[in-house]
Design a protein. Sequence first.
Length: 473
Amino acid sequence: MTDVSTTNQRYMTQTDFMSWRMEEDPILRSTIVAVALLDRSPVQSRFVDMMRRAVDLVPLFRRTAIEAPVGLAPPRWADDPDFDLSWHLRRYTLPEPRTWDGVLDFARTAEMTAFDKRRPLWEFTVLDGLPDGKSALVMKVHHSLTDGVSGMQIAREIVDFTRDDGPQPDRTDHRTAAPDGESPTPPGRLSWYRNTATDVARRASNALGRNSVRLVRTPRATWREAAALAGSTLRLTRPVVSTLSPVMTKRSTRRHCAVLDVPVDALAQAAAAGAGSINDAFLAAVLLGMAKYHRLHGAEISELRMTLPISLRAETDPVGGNRITLARFALPTDIDDPAALMRRVHVTVDAWRHEPAIPLSPTIAGALNLLPASTLGNMLKHVDFVASNVVGSPVPLFIAGAEILHYYAFSPTLGSAFNVTLMSYTTRCCVGINADTDAIPDLATLTDSIADGFRVVLALCTKTTDTRVVVAS
């Protein structure tokens, strides 16, 4: 008998299917763009070999999504019979004046350009010609192929750890393809319906069996848990009909990008001083920056609504794919004390991470996929911002002989005014800001405000700590 989970892995997950459907509105595209600044130009032959390893490691990188002509089944992943690695790898020399701004402009253009859905959903581009012999690698990937955690897993498996080394001999074999390298024969869509129904029935039966016994033994506690789960599901899915920000209200398909750097040790020290985590310190810095940004626009706000990606990835999950769910909630912007703000952030975020309905997110997404795509989109368009924190590599990484100096992620705005993503890399936190141009016409002002928010948080550090926040250019 075919394993239910194995069969359904050949289909897009319900969570990804929801994002896929929402892309009927281009404002809600789920495109991730990451930029690595390199100390030199990567060797082309080694770069191609590296990407061959990536395609072997993550079969989704050679597959296309085939949509069902009718019915409720999500798109099916199938090997692209015309897969050509060279089509996905590009290389250009930056035009004059060959600056970092040119790299960011290329990145924003890549993000605004829709994928050709008849091909695998990724493109990697090397940009040569930066000052001092530097280059940049712009990576464009659809969110259904990877999330932040998976992206770093892939990077650690395919890149080098010294300038001259090839693949490491002790790399873990995470391949998820069939032994002969080809995808198994895809099941029919009737199999998807049958297996999905079987899976749901099995889960329901198991839950019913467990809860029937508990209902007899502890009826009040069981009913309380059921009520808590129902309330949690409502909180996770409730519509959002208006932005809390009176300033960042417009939405468009245009994007622009900015970056800044924060010392890892300083942010960790500030987090400890505020009895929080690095993520708490990061969110506090963004909130302090947003309070300043709104004051510059003559608006006083007490809170903003954010979307927080929460990882559902388990140790047994294969490398690649998207294993996140989205929580939407408000955080305060009227607390000036960074330590107090961190504590408030920690309590709120921790509560949302432990919402009873979070583990059921894929099932909830399946139910939401019965709604019109426009209804789903409207649930996200009134969120003020998205913030994500990705743990990167603590040691330098190399791509085809070139050392990665900085590594920025520009994650999708998902209908919000902007997305700010912090990725730790060696001694610094690389912060990428991806903003809707209509919502944030003055990106430099927003970037400076967030940088000042980090400075307020880092003021909690000892005086001997390097607390320089650099707005990169």
